[in-house]
Design a protein around this ligand. Sequence first.
Ligand SMILES: Cc1cc2nc3c(=O)[nH]c(=O)nc-3n(C[C@H](O)[C@H](O)[C@H](O)COP(=O)(O)OP(=O)(O)OC[C@H]3O[C@@H](n4cnc5c(N)ncnc54)[C@H](O)[C@@H]3O)c2cc1C
Length: 319
Amino acid sequence: MKNSCIIIGAGLSGLTAAHELLKNNWEVTILDKGRGVGGRMATRRAGEARFDHGAQYFSTKTPDFKAFTQNFLQASIAKEWHLEEGDKSFSHPRVIGINGMSSIPKFLAEGLNIRTNEKAIGISETENGCKVITETGNSYEANAIICTVPAPQAIELLQKSEISLAEISILENIQYQPCIAVMASLNAPTNIPSPGGISLENSNISWIADNFQKGISPVFSVTIHANPAFSLAHFDDDLNEVGKQLLSEVSYLISAESVESLQVHRWRYSLASERHTDNFLVSASTKFPLIFAGDGFGIGSIEGAFISGKSAAQNLLKI
Ligand SMILES: Cc1cc2nc3c(=O)[nH]c(=O)nc-3n(C[C@H](O)[C@H](O)[C@H](O)COP(=O)(O)OP(=O)(O)OC[C@H]3O[C@@H](n4cnc5c(N)ncnc54)[C@H](O)[C@@H]3O)c2cc1C
């Protein structure tokens, strides 16, 4: 029987793992609970306005990830975003998707066997391997599973499954920061200095991006990220009110009169603040290969998700 794997999660780590297995002639099925692919590399529209409301950019530190990124740069899917020289925190180029961050996972997803709107709700052992049951009632069988969902969601999935994980404490120790993201479309430019991205300190806001200056939105629009403490404290509040409060705190950059529409998104899991040092985790409790990966492992963020997904798949090839 051909080697087969179910990958849970079509974010960067899951998509990277899929490509690694496909290169080695594995049969791969990717399941994602979302309507589209990309997970936290997310871009949203409101009318003509476009917003990156999850990840904003990524840097490339390792040679392997630099080489991987070249594929997107050469295919004009991504471009470098040079935040101004002299700004200490942004002294080297960042990479962004040309039409928003979701362009990158969408490009990677082309030709893959991906089932969206399929939330995995149970994993079990079968005679020949393993099975994943989804909320829609579908069932997928394979020889192995790579689970790339944020650790708290992996724990939730395990709790509903007919298997136990001896290494559960490793997943329990992985922690994520929450983030409230505000997206406003505007009828006038902002006062955000070129090239349109600033980090704030001593503020409830950690980051503001001018999506028009960034080049991803054809009309004026901004994304505001509240800092983790503010996001946690206001996570369950009326989101529209929270959005208005955050906008009023930066009225010197974005005039209230210019705001045409407002959307607010709650990310329960944004950046992984406490990570497992290894790039992935292999379950020792199951007869079939079950590997956990994602940005909760290794160096974190987008580059960490890539490294984790790739190394999880390479490990599976060796089992
Ligand atoms: C607000 C915000 C700002 C950020 N800023 C940056 C930044 O500027 N730079 C940077 O490098 N990183 C940033 N990040 C982090 C970055 O987005 C992540 O590190 C990276 O995208 C994680 O990829 P992943 O594949 O590990 O996980 P994800 O992208 O979360 O993918 C996991 C996928 O699993 C799916 N899923 C979950 N549960 C199930 C289930 N039961 N069944 C099926 N599917 C399921 C989800 O729908 C999701 O698509 C930011 C994140 C957020 C939210």
